[in-house]
Design a protein around this ligand. Structure first.
Ligand code: NAI
Ligand code: HPV
Length: 596
């Protein structure tokens, strides 16, 4: 038996797996995992196939027709372009989903104004720097993007700008149209044999590299996270940032805008570049310090720049950078081809509709992406996980003092072969929802736990045996608390519950040190008594008298005639007086009623 512990501090974002959509059988359950609405806002309950009202999708920027058509098959679609921030905030409280491109700032105010209704934000494109992901996550709102359909368009635009800049196409065009014929002024530079440094070797960067190789350029790339074999296949050398700056005749930017890449090109880095370097930016304006670029252009360090993106869009009319004679500009056109826009519209519409239906989105940006087959396999354990969390927290005397929870997963699978993120999220949901008004879903579980100071550590217990089923048992332990039901405290001092899945149904199999076996449906009564004949009958008849149906009963004891714990599953919730009558049975030392 081996075990390993993981501290729950990793946000879902860093835990991405690739994903596929769910089979139709899984959709509703997955949906309820993601989108169960806050209980304090009962107006908008779970959306599902049998709910009459269609969801409403606000499309706030121009989206291809094919995407709109797809959305309309499933939802009411409100296409309102050019909304002011105030108008967006007003409209959003009536919308279940919002689709934007790069021109709309989806900030914290938008999520706050949605009043809990907004479930999905779809970014019809790649860059999600205009969406406040932290706020989305805190509000349990899923963010999806369309990461692939505009890759080629952006790469082609990068190459178009590269060639246009090198040959002064835009400037020469303007000059001819102004009635001039300046053949000597617009002598360009050749691309062949020159070194191009691609900064950010992701989807767009690698397509740019491939095309630049075709133009006879020597291509290097800088990307701290790119796999070397992808570069090797294209014949590109991965180099350090410093080497890229020092050797490039042309630099093309293709990284996302993040705190780490913000103003990556600045006074200091321009000073490290080869004199006369030419820069293309189809990534984000914010990766360049625009004032520093103007200085570098004036100083001749940068010979030319071609920019599709700007720190502020549209840039101010009197922007020195835009007006600079050595600068070629386009108004954020990288993704704007007919083909890319149709593709992006379909990609985002499918993702948003899928998310509204409850599928785990393949392009989720702020939630774990769990492959369908994994989710199908884990489904009964997901239920078990939530119920164990729910039971464990109800056993705590007081409730709000829960700070440290340890979850152990017993499995014969190799540690890498068990994805516990969904289980952890559901345990978190079970632990938090009974004692607060917060609603917890896959998107916000880790955040909510962290915010409440709840530390969940996970432990894998590797068992011998067949790895056919993903899990043998799940144990939940809450440390440093007192319990309403003293027998739930284990020998080591924690509240301890263990559960297993039997025939697809979650069962409670251990309470403290007592082995029990009760199916987790309906509600649960736990009693401790001195083991003796007739106890089951006594409790059963108290419940029978008031027509409360017993679904399951199990007794776990230390030894014959010693202390025993009786677990009784009931279909209906007994009234207080009935519970009191159970407590009054002389042999019963303590008892607790728990809702599932
Ligand atoms: N102008 C336009 O209309 C368009 C712009 N874009 C922008 O292009 C950029 C790239 O898009 P994709 O290639 O689809 O994204 P991607 O995620 O496939 O690639 C981004 C790459 O940048 C790398 N990266 C991250 N931090 C870095 C750093 N500090 N230094 C160097 N590399 C770093 C990542 O490892 C990744 O390989 C994004 O900012 C996106 O918003 C994308 C499409 C259209
Ligand atoms: O996909 C991206 O990151 C883009 O920059 C494209 O932006 P757009 O959808 O054209 O506003």
């Amino acid at each position: 038996m081996a075990s390993s512990a993981t501290n729950l501090s990793t946000p879902f974002l860093n835990n991405k797996l690739s994903s596929v959509s769910l089979s139709s059988n899984d959709k509703l359950s997955a949906f309820s995992l993601i989108f169960r609405q806050p209980r304090r806002k009962p107006r908008f309950m779970v959306l599902s196939a049998n709910v009459d009202a269609k969801p409403t999708v606000l499309v706030a920027e121009k989206l291809g027709e094919a995407g709109i058509k797809l959305l309309k098959e499933f939802a009411n679609v409100d296409c309102s372009y050019n909304l002011s921030p105030e108008e967006l905030c007003t409209k959003i409280s009536l919308c279940d989903a919002l689709i934007v491109r790069s021109g709309t700032k989806v900030n914290r105010e938008v999520f706050e104004s949605s009043d809990g209704r907004l479930k999905v934000v779809g970014r019809a494109g790649v860059g999600i720097d205009n969406v406040d992901l932290a706020a989305a996550t805190e509000h349990g709102c899923l963010v999806v993007n369309a990461p692939t359909a505009n890759t080629v368009a952006a790469a082609e635009h990068g190459i178009a700008l590269l060639a246009a800049m090198a040959r002064n196409v835009a400037q020469a065009d303007a000059s001819v149209k102004a009635g001039k014929w300046q053949r000597n002024k617009y002598v360009g530079v050749s691309l062949v044999g020159k070194t191009l440094a691609v900064m950010g070797f992701g989807k767009v960067g690698s397509e740019v590299a491939r095309r630049a190789k075709g133009l006879g350029m020597h291509v290097v790339a800088h990307d701290p996270y790119a796999p070397a074999d992808r570069a090797r296949v294209i014949g590109v050398d991965l180099v350090s940032f410093e080497e890229a700056l020092a050797t490039a005749d042309f630099i093309s930017l293709h990284m996302p805008l993040t705190p780490a890449t913000s103003k990556m090109l600045n006074d200091e880095t321009f000073a490290k570049m080869k004199k006369g370097v030419r820069i293309v930016n189809v990534a984000r304006g914010g990766v360049i310090d625009e004032e520093a670029l103007v200085k570098a252009l004036d100083a001749g360090i940068v010979a030319q720049a071609a920019l599709d993106v700007f720190n502020e869009e549209p840039p101010p009319k009197d922007s020195k950078l835009v007006q600079h004679e050595k600068v070629t500009v386009t108004p954020h056109l990288g993704a704007s081809t007919v083909e890319a826009q149709e593709g992006v519209a379909i990609e985002i519409a499918e993702a948003v509709v899928g998310a509204l239906k409850g599928e785990l989105a393949a392009t989720a940006v702020n939630a774990p992406m769990v492959p369908a087959e994994v989710l199908t396999e884990l489904k009964p354990y997901v239920l078990l996980a939530e119920k164990l969390g729910r039971l464990a927290v109800q056993l705590v005397a007081g409730g709000s003092g829960v700070k440290s929870v340890k979850v152990s997963y017993g499995s014969a699978r190799a540690p890498d072969d068990l994805d516990t993120r969904v289980l952890r999220a559901m345990i978190t949901k079970g632990l938090i929802e009974p004692i607060s008004s917060v609603f917890v879903n896959l998107v916000n579980a880790d955040f909510t736990a962290k915010q409440r100071g709840l530390r969940i550590t996970e432990e894998r217990i590797t068992l011998d045996g067949s790895p056919e089923s993903p899990l043998d048992f799940i144990q939940v332990q809450i440390a440093n608390v007192e319990s309403k039901f003293a027998s739930a405290i284990s020998e080591t001092g924690e509240i301890k519950l263990e559960g297993r899945v039997k025939d697809g149904i979650p069962h409670l199999t251990k309470v403290g040190s007592f082995e029990v076996d009760v199916s987790l449906e309906g509600s649960l009564i736990l009693c401790r008594q001195v083991d003796q004949p007739g106890m089951i009958g006594k409790v059963g008849s108290v419940l029978g008298e008031v027509n409360v149906n017993v679904s399951f009963m199990s007794v776990g004891r230390i030894a014959p005639r010693k202390q025993a714990v009786m677990a009784i599953g009931v279909d209906e919730q007994p009234r207080k007086e009935t519970l009191k009558k159970i407590g009054d049975i002389p042999a019963i030392e303590e008892f607790v009623f728990l809702k599932l």
